[in-house]
Write a protein that binds this ligand. Structure first.
Ligand SMILES: *Cc1c(COP(=O)(O)O)cnc(C)c1O
Length: 357
């Protein structure tokens, strides 16, 4: 192992790479990790020297607060490599700002910008061979922060660990998704943590999603917790509806996460002359549009899948099937445009690409 110290980042390189054991043609999302990881501890009211070390298991006391009270936040972003070997992130400033918003909501200390970007770029440089070229291939980057203080009284931790781990992903088309509209369970509430990428939000979704899966639906479309009459998110993605030729998506709020993919899809749609309406959407309106044939598409938008098309939804025991528009769908067209910008195959007129190396 060799150790390098840049002005504030300590690097300990892995002595051997695991990359030769990886079958990049048969990756399962989130199962394989690169050779290195980034970490930085918060102790005595300060972030300590950040480090990059070989990816490895960690020791933690069973009393660490994260295990008891779920004081944990995360992000998800992707790095892409073009045919020249240049590596890009997509709007990483948005993820940086969002993780600090999430931290603030979970009473966790914000992470410094310089540490985040220096850590991220150095980590991607060290593990650049793990990023495969080709549209759809990428390296999923997972920054997260956890409460580490070994005390089980219910209060915010006084120590934290901020980390970044990376996992190679290949395009994996799961097919279209069938969804159930939530009438009882909720993902988030007014004044709650729905807008934060809090780990516990996901844990709370697993049970209702399992119930939906038992009924033959892959995901739940979440409605507002007060009345269950407004459509908010699809699983862990923002959701878009196309009625006639207009795309509609709900405004972000306490309850709805401000997705980077969502805001990019809105911009790309507008750039391509597609009308976008950002406003609350009633379940009744979508049911009616489905019945009178004006509901053309529903799709989810998020970093992992970019765009995930929905083929049917169930509401009050009635299943509504959507027509398959194939490559003519807004979903397919917007996904293609987004991927081309991310992979440096199309003009980046909004300055979204961030070159890492
Ligand atoms: C992460 C996430 C999204 C998508 O955000 P992106 O920035 O587009 O990846 C949407 N909804 C929820 C609840 C999320 O956690």
């Amino acid at each position: 192992m060799s150790a390098i110290n840049t002005h504030n980042l300590h690097i300990e390189k892995a002595s051997t790479s695991k990359i030769k054991d990886v079958d990049f043609k048969n990756l399962t999302f989130g199962n394989t990790f690169t050779d290195h990881m980034f970490l930085c501890d918060f102790v005595d009211g300060e972030w300590q020297q950040p480090k990059i070390v070989p990816y490895q298991a960690m020791q933690m006391e069973p009393s660490a607060r994260v295990f008891h009270y779920g004081q944990a936040v995360f992000e998800g972003m992707k790095a892409y490599k073009d045919e020249n070997g240049d590596v890009f992130l997509f709007r990483p400033d948005q993820n940086f700002e969002r993780i600090n918003k999430s931290c603030a909501r979970l009473a966790m200390p914000e992470f410094p910008r310089e540490y985040f970007f220096e850590g991220l770029t150095t980590l991607l440089n060290l593990d650049k061979d793990w990023i495969q070229t080709g549209v759809g291939n990428s390296l999923y980057v997972r920054p997260f922060a956890i409460a580490t203080e070994p005390v089980i009284s219910a209060a915010p931790s006084r120590t934290y660990r901020f980390m970044i781990i990376c996992s190679p992903v290949s395009p994996y088309y799961k097919g279209k998704v069938r969804v159930l509209i939530a009438e009882h369970f909720s993902r988030s509430a007014d004044g709650g943590v729905g807008y934060a990428k809090a780990a516990g939000n996901y844990a709370a979704q697993f049970y209702p999603t399992n119930l939906a899966q038992q009924k033959g639906f892959q995901q739940v479309i979440w409605t507002d917790s007060n009345t269950h009459t407004l459509l908010e998110e699809a699983g862990t993605m923002n959701v878009f509806f196309r009625i006639k030729d207009t795309l509609i998506t709900a405004p972000t709020s306490d309850r709805i996460l401000d997705g980077v993919t969502r805001k990019s899809v809105i911009q790309i749609a507008k750039d391509n002359g597609i009308a976008v309406d950002v406003r609350p959407i009633k379940v009744s309106e979508i049911v009616e549009a489905s019945e009178n044939g004006t509901l053309k598409e529903i799709f989810g938008a998020g970093t992992a899948a970019v765009i995930s098309e929905i083929s049917a939804f169930e509401y009050r025991d009635k299943v509504h099937e959507l027509e398959d528009l194939g490559s003519q769908s807004y979903a397919a067209q917007l996904k293609q445009k987004m991927l081309h910008i991310q992979h440096n195959l199309a003009e980046d007129k909004h300055g979204w690409r961030y070159q890492v190396l």
